[in-house]
Design a protein around this ligand. Structure first.
Ligand code: HEM
Length: 418
C-alpha cells in the first residue's frame, strides 16, 4: 500500500484515505490528513486497509462520545489497538489485562492496582523522582551533542519503573526493552521490524523475571511497590496463578508508565524548540510548568489511538456504525481539533484549556497513571529550568513508524547552561 504524500492531499478521494499508515507518523506528516477528515468526515469509514475495514473518529466531541460509552463500545471484544490481537498459537500465553476488559470484570482489577498511583503515594514518591532527575541532569555532557531520548527520557522513566516495581536497579534497561517489544507494530520493514517468535520468547523471559520477584516479595512484609501491592490485595493476590492475567497486567503497567512518559519528555524538548517564544515564556515564569505539562501532553499525544468494537448498531455523527465494526478514536486528531483549541497545531504553554486534551482518554478506562506522568514531567522541567537556559535541538528528530505510540527515537541536543 502506498503512503499518503502531502502533495496528494486535495486529489486523494476521501474514501481511500488511510490514516493508519505507520509511515505517516514516522515522517510526522499526519496533520493535514486528519485536518481534512475533521473537516469533511469526522466519522470516516475505510473499507479496505492493512488492518481491515475500520471507522476513524477524529473530532474531540465524538472521541469523547465513544470513549465514554463503554456499553456500546467494547475494549474486550477486539482489543484496544487497530491491529487485531494475534491469534493464539497452541500453548502460547496471551497477555490479558484490565485495559482489554469490559465491565463488570474491568473495575475490580483496576481498583486493585490504582492505590499504587494515588495522590498520597505520589507525594511520597516525588522527592525520589526529583533526586533521580537531578542526578541525570547534573551528569549530562555539557558542550557535546547527545541524544536526549537516550540520556534523559529513557533514563528517567526506566529509573522510575524500577522504583515502582521494586525491580533490580542495575537491570532496569530490561524494562525498557520489554516495553518497546510489547508496543512494536508487526509488519514494519527495516530496522524497526520485529520477529514475532523472538518477541514471544523475550516476553516469556519478562514473565519469568516477574514470577521470581513475586515469589521473593511474597515472603516479605508489604512494601511500597506495585508487585507487593498486587500480592497484598484480595482481588489480585492469586494473580500469579493465571499466567495470562499475570503477564498482561505486568506488561500493561510497564508499557503504561514507560513509552508514554518517555515520549512526552522528548516531545516537550522538540515542541519548545519549534516555538522559541514559548521557551522564553517558560524561562520568564517557571510557574507555568504545570500548565505547560498538560499542553505538552496535548501537543505530543503519546497514545495516538485507542480502538473499540461496537457491540450494537449505533449512530455517531450522522453515520451508522454496525454491530461488530472496528472503531478507532484518533486522540492525536482530537487534540488538534480547531473547534476546541485555538491555533491547535501550535504549542501555547499558558493555553487556558490545555487540560481539555484527550491524551488520557475518558470514561472507565481513563489513564490510571495520569497524575504520575504529570508529576514526573513537572519535576523534570522544574529542574531543567534551574540549570539550563536552553536544551537546543541541533539535528533531525527521528520518529518511530508506529500508529499506536507516538514514539521519538532520537533528538540530538546541546545544552546551554544558565
Ligand atoms: C503522558 C503519559 C501517559 C499517557 C498519554 C497515557 C495514556 C493512556 C490512555 C490513552 C489510556 C486509555 C484511555 C482510554 O481507553 O480511555 C491509558 C490507560 C492506562 N494507563 Fe496511561 N498514559 C500515560 C501514563 C501512564 C503511566 C505513568 C501509567 C503507570 C501506572 C499508566 C497506566 C495506565 C493504565 C494501567 C491504563 C489502563 C486503565 C484502564 O483500563 O482502566 N499510564 N493511558
Amino acid at each position: 500500500m502506498r503512503t499518503l504524500e502531502t502533495s496528494d492531499l486535495d486529489t486523494t478521494p476521501l474514501e481511500s484515505i488511510d490514516v493508519s499508515d505507520p509511515e505517516l507518523f514516522r515522517t510526522d506528516t499526519w496533520q493535514p490528513w486528519f485536518a481534512r477528515l475533521r473537516r469533511e468526515a469526522p466519522v470516516h469509514y475505510l473499507r479496505d486497509s492493512r488492518n481491515g475495514p475500520f471507522w476513524s473518529v477524529c473530532s474531540h466531541a465524538l472521541i469523547k462520545e465513544v470513549d465514554s460509552n463503554n456499553t456500546v463500545f467494547s475494549s474486550e471484544k477486539g482489543g484496544i489497538a487497530i491491529i487485531d490481537p494475534p491469534v493464539p498459537q497452541d500453548g502460547q500465553i496471551q497477555g490479558q489485562s484490565f485495559i482489554t476488559l469490559d465491565e463488570p470484570k474491568h473495575m475490580p482489577q483496576r481498583m486493585a492496582v490504582a492505590p499504587a498511583v494515588a495522590p498520597r503515594n505520589l507525594a511520597e514518591l516525588e522527592p525520589l523522582i526529583r533526586e533521580r532527575a537531578i542526578d541525570i541532569l547534573e551528569n549530562l555532557p555539557v558542550g557535546e551533542t547527545f541524544n536526549w531520548v537516550q540520556a534523559v527520557s529513557i533514563e528517567l522513566t526506566s529509573r522510575m519503573l524500577a522504583t515502582l516495581f521494586g525491580f533490580p536497579y542495575e537491570e532496569r534497561h530490561k524494562l525498557v526493552y520489554w516495553s518497546d517489544l510489547a508496543t512494536a507494530v508487526p509488519g514494519v520493514s527495516g530496522d524497526d521490524s520485529i520477529d514475532m517468535k523472538k518477541r514471544y520468547e523475550e516476553l516469556m523471559e519478562a514473565a519469568g523475571a516477574f514470577y521470581r520477584i513475586w515469589a521473593e516479595r511474597a515472603q516479605r512484609p508489604p512494601s511500597f511497590d506495585l508487585i507487593s501491592m498486587l500480592i497484598h490485595n484480595q482481588e489480585t493476590s492469586r494473580m500469579n496463578e493465571d499466567p495470562e492475567l499475570f503477564l498482561g497486567t505486568i506488561m500493561l503497567l510497564i508499557v503504561g508508565g514507560n513509552d508514554t512518559t518517555r515520549n512526552s519528555i522528548s516531545g516537550g524538548v522538540v515542541a519548545l524548540n519549534r516555538y522559541p517564544d514559548e521557551y522564553k515564556k517558560l524561562r520568564d515564569d517557571p510557574k507555568l510548568i504545570p500548565n505547560m505539562v498538560s499542553e505538552i501532553i496535548r501537543w505530543q499525544t503519546p497514545v495516538i489511538h485507542m480502538r473499540r468494537t461496537a457491540l450494537q448498531d449505533y449512530e455517531l455523527g450522522g453515520r451508522r456504525i454496525k454491530k461488530g465494526d472496528k472503531v478507532v478514536m484518533w486522540y492525536l486528531s482530537g487534540n488538534r481539533d480547531e473547534a476546541v483549541f485555538e491555533d491547535a497545531d501550535g504549542l501555547i504553554i499558558d493555553r487556558p484549556n490545555a487540560r481539555a486534551h484527550v491524551s488520557f482518554g475518558f470514561g472507565v478506562h481513563r489513564c490510571m497513571g495520569n497524575r504520575l506522568a504529570e508529576m514526573q514531567l513537572r519535576v523534570l522541567w522544574e529542574e531543567i529550568v534551574k540549570r539550563f537556559h536552553t536544551v537546543e535541538v541541533v539535528g533531525d528528530v527521528e520518529r518511530l513508524p508506529n500508529n499506536f505510540i507516538r514514539g521519538v527515537k532520537s533528538v540530538p541536543v546541546r545544552l546551554h547552561p544558565l
